[in-house]
Design a protein around this ligand. Structure first.
Ligand SMILES: [Zn+2]
Length: 278
């Protein structure tokens, strides 16, 4: 465990944490989004089905994260094994957080706003939830989902921004809200998990002012719309996030999104008419 102790010194975490690989991993800087996967879950090989084809040196990586690795392997494989152990833990983590116990652990982190808060002022500091855009590793980094504005954000810190989205998976936040519907934040007004409204009233007023200014701007002759880029084109280019649970669209949201897209298309047509007068 010397190797871990050395890395701990550089991240400033507590040395008490260095007695198991998982506690070391969780206490390392940048890994704050991860929750603890219970050992029972990892040791049940059924839960790991198929991961042996995703991870190189699978057996040793598994031994490393469960603290059963012989020291001779540690010397031999060192660097590469560490990467594979992280990958394995991440992929197990994605499976774990959609189990009842895993959801509960992530719920505790959500309540503490461990994943940050929505930057949109009108979301009143709504806590965010991590989500992957794909379940395949090495494709997309993790994003943060706001249950209030139903939009995605990139993590503020680059340490979090480089975490693989597959370690959280595409279903997690939506499954959490499905299992705990009382936690679905209201679309307006304060929620239990947001910051107290007093702290927000100034920000909110500023946001309302900005919205008003934007509306006034739009009412005018269309000045300030940028150089040559039509608003309609930008609106059409914007990718929309589609919540999915195990690949299936969440029904209510899918219906809502079809309606929203119809409204958007009508608005785009109006903008086009405005920007290209006959
Ligand atoms: Zn939001």
């Amino acid at each position: 465990m010397l190797r871990h102790a050395v890395e701990d010194a550089s991240t400033g975490s507590d040395s008490d944490y260095s007695n198991s690989w998982i506690s070391w991993f969780l206490s390392s800087k940048g890994n704050e989004y991860f929750c603890e996967v219970e050992e029972d879950y990892i040791l049940d090989r059924f839960n790991l089905t198929g991961l042996n084809t995703e991870v190189e040196h699978y057996v040793q990586a598994l031994d490393l994260i469960t603290d059963n690795l012989d020291d001779e392997y540690l010397e031999e494989l060192r660097g590469s094994l560490d990467i594979q152990a992280r990958l394995l833990y991440g992929l197990i983590h994605a499976r774990w957080i959609v189990t009842a116990r895993g959801l509960q652990k992530m719920l505790e982190k959500y309540k503490k706003a461990d994943f940050g808060r929505c930057p949109r002022v009108l979301c009143l500091s709504q806590p965010l939830l991590p989500v992957g855009l794909t379940d395949v590793p090495y494709e997309k980094s993790v994003k943060l989902y706001c249950g209030r504005c139903e939009d995605l954000y990139s993590p503020k810190s680059s340490r979090h921004g480089s975490i693989d989205g597959a370690y959280f998976g595409t279903s997690f936040p939506h499954l959490l809200f499905l299992v705990y519907p009382s936690l679905i934040p209201p679309k307006s007004g304060p929620s239990d998990l947001g910051r107290p409204p007093a702290a927000n009233s100034a920000e909110e007023a500023a946001a309302r002012r900005r919205v008003r200014q934007r509306e006034e701007l739009a009412d005018g002759s269309g000045e300030g719309l940028g150089e040559g880029i039509s608003t309609a084109a930008v609106a059409l280019r914007a990718d929309r996030y589609r919540p999915r649970i195990f690949g299936f669209q969440v029904n209510e949201i899918a219906k809502l999104q079809r309606w929203q897209e119809a409204v958007r298309d009508r608005q785009v047509a109006r903008l086009e008419a405005l920007e290209n007068p006959p």
